[in-house]
Design a protein around this ligand. Structure first.
Ligand SMILES: C[S@@+](CC[C@H](N)C(=O)[O-])C[C@H]1O[C@@H](n2cnc3c(N)ncnc32)[C@H](O)[C@@H]1O
Length: 458
């Protein structure tokens, strides 16, 4: 393909604007070849048209894929940077684990941003497996993202060449966590693989922090050797976004080559042997209006109506925390409407972290598990909702549904009769729960119908 120097400059400017990356001059001839392939594949008439099309689409569009493969550098390996790994293993992760264990909510949320072929997030997963003896009782959100979709595909496979294990890699890691395959490759233990979830994310986008990208309420972000070539202003913006993603006193781990100290506003630099990590300052309690969940968009598929958080007792200490919990519960509700169960699950975990005694969280989880036919877990979740609020009439009703599904009609009847009794004194036009369309009269009809449909004699 014949291009003018000014064409290459336009391409470089576009790549930098969209990805933050600089095009390596030594790769020009490969890039020209790639552009030729792209023109052919996209059936575009000329380079100018290709440039326009690239400018108009997001970097996760298939058109960008080949070009991103060419301009990114995915150099990485297991247990990279021994000093940082020591700090994580000896200090930061044990501290996070102990704090969370003390709350009884055994969950951690970590994010490897710019994970390349996965060695970095899998390193974190291995560390966690090695340091948590009761790992079966824990849940993790270990998100790993990259702009390079080809790298993410490699990461998901979990099969590595010797190059992914270097001198710095702890010598026991390969034997302990990998099975050697015939062609001199090493397959990562399935339990470790399952802990990490890979997803495309361009750090120059506005997709984070957000519930959708699962980048909220994180305990730790590791983003190393990614922003080294970015403009300072871009790096600053990314760090600001990371700040918004982290929990109070959450950790940010960056590479040694990314000091830009002035960019870490809102973080406290913490000095460890041969490593500096950044810890988000503790939240200052401040007043924030509690957002009211909007009932307008409730085209959900839940089998039952849902009560608002404000209607049930909470033990969250500040209004800020309450507001976040409402956001997360509402996010769960909306995601349920889309049948996006993964987001429901994560949003509920976040809400639960703010208030493990929030009956609404357990109730929503119970409904989700019922939909997924995980009846034992649904049963525990609904029991928990009732434990948190014994007068939670909709949870009693849902528990009745569950008993009926399991064929225990006597217990189903008991739950529904209890629901009937608890609304007996209420006015027919009252809402069963605040901001719910379901009135007491409608609920009474529903209960009569369900009780009437139970086989006689039970
Ligand atoms: C050198 S690797 C670092 C891998 C790993 N973090 C480590 O330190 O071992 C840099 C990674 O950043 C990714 N990257 C570059 N620009 C990005 C962007 N704008 N958004 C997300 N990832 C990006 C590249 O695709 C590449 O996989």
């Amino acid at each position: 393909m014949n291009l003018q120097p000014s064409d290459l400059q336009s391409l470089e400017a576009l790549v930098s604007q969209k990805t933050g990356l600089k095009v390596d001059k030594n790769r020009h001839s490969e890039i020209l070849k790639t552009l030729g392939n792209m023109l052919e594949a996209a059936k575009l008439p000329n380079f100018q048209e290709l440039l326009r099309t690239l400018a108009d689409c997001a970097t996760d569009d298939p058109l960008w894929r080949q070009l991103i493969d060419r301009v990114t550098i995915g150099e990485t390996y297991f247990f990279r940077d021994a000093a940082q790994c020591n700090v994580l293993q000896i200090s930061v992760l044990p501290d996070l684990i102990a704090k969370r264990r003390a709350t009884g909510f055994k969950h951690l949320s970590l994010w490897s941003a710019g994970c390349a072929t996965g060695e970095e997030p899998y390193t974190l997963a291995i560390m966690l497996r090695e340091m948590i003896p009761d790992i079966a009782d824990w849940t993790f959100s270990l998100l790993a993202t990259d702009i390079n979709i080809t790298s993410l595909e490699t990461a998901r496979r979990g099969i590595y060449r010797p190059h992914s294990f270097r001198q710095e890699t702890r010598p026991d890691v390969q034997g302990r966590w990998f099975a050697k395959c015939d062609n001199n490759t090493f397959e990562l233990d399935a339990a470790v693989r399952k802990m990490v979830e890979f997803a495309p994310l361009n750090l120059l986008s506005e997709d984070y922090p957000s519930f959708e990208s699962r980048t909220m309420n994180l305990d730790l972000i590791i983003c190393r050797n990614v922003t080294i070539y970015f403009e300072q202003a871009t790096t600053r913006r990314i760090i600001e976004h990371f700040h918004g993603c982290l929990n109070s006193e959450g950790w940010l781990v960056v590479g040694h080559a990314e000091p830009l100290v002035s960019a870490y506003e809102g973080f406290v630099p913490r000095n460890f042997p041969n490593a500096v990590l950044y810890q988000k300052e503790a939240d200052q309690p401040q007043l924030m209006p509690i957002q009211h969940a909007a009932p307008a968009h409730r085209d959900r598929v839940m089998p039952m109506p849902v009560v608002e958080l404000q209607s049930v007792p909470e033990i969250a200490p500040t209004r800020v925390v309450k507001a976040r919990a409402v956001d997360a519960v509402e996010a769960a509700r909306m995601a349920a409407g889309r049948e996006d169960w993964e987001t429901v699950r994560r949003s509920l975990m976040m809400a639960e972290r703010h208030n493990p005694m929030n009956p609404q969280v357990h109730y929503l989880r119970g409904l989700m598990l019922m939909q997924q036919n995980e009846l034992d877990d649904a049963f525990s979740a609904l029991r928990r909702a009732i434990y948190c609020d014994s007068s939670f009439v909709l949870a009693h009703y849902a528990l009745g549904e569950l008993y009926e599904k399991r064929g225990n009609t006597a217990e189903a009847m008991r739950c529904w009769l209890r629901s009937q009794r608890s609304i007996a004194e209420r006015q027919p036009e009252d809402q069963v729960a605040p901001n719910e369309e379901l009135t007491v009269e409608m609920f009474r009809d529903l209960l009569s119908y369900r009780l009437g449909s139970l086989p006689a004699g039970d």
